[in-house]
Design a protein around this ligand. Sequence first.
Ligand SMILES: [Cu+2]
Length: 229
Amino acid sequence: MPFDDHDPPDPRARRSRPHAAPASARRRFGRTLVAAGAAGALAALGALAGCGREGARTAGFRSMDITGAEFGRDFALADPDGRTRTLADFRGRALLIFFGFTQCPDVCPTTLTRASEVMQRLGTDADRVQVIFITVDPERDTPELLREYTKAFDARFLGLRGDLAATEATAREFKVFYRKVPTGSSYTMDHTALSFAYDPAGRLRLAVAHEADAEQVAADLRRLLAEAS
Ligand SMILES: [Cu+2]
């Protein structure tokens, strides 16, 4: 599986804390972003995907269209039963992939709550969607913890986990940033707050902002499913 080293986007643009920059600021600063947060991360991804300064909100998608992006090409991570899962296992379904950790105080619970709302809004279309949560904290997120955590949001969600090296390689492949932040005797994790949407053919299509609401995400996923049918 190809896990090449890419030029990482500006690390300042990839924080877990939502902090949207106004559109005017995004226009002004283009690729060399000063903005932190999801807006910055989206713009950085747009630049990487060759979509121009503000990224392409084209083809009627509400999220940023990153079709053709040369990252997020695959993963090989264990599900809570210990089976190795790769992108090919989910062919025929749209995917919504998010990186986080179970002890996350806000970004992960918010994102997974939104994902469960998306599934409810999709109704029967949800059968053709798989939500995947990839832990960036495999030291604390055991398979059992991952299973319980994702189940608390929606029984259909799947938690995936690698060892430290696989976690690092996967994050690099997805241009996802994460790091340990010490908190006294323990630590928390800082991480990218974007979700990634794949079409049923297994192509990475959309970068979904932390701020997007459930209806927007549901509409985008419906569109990806409609293309395929
Ligand atoms: Cu989180």
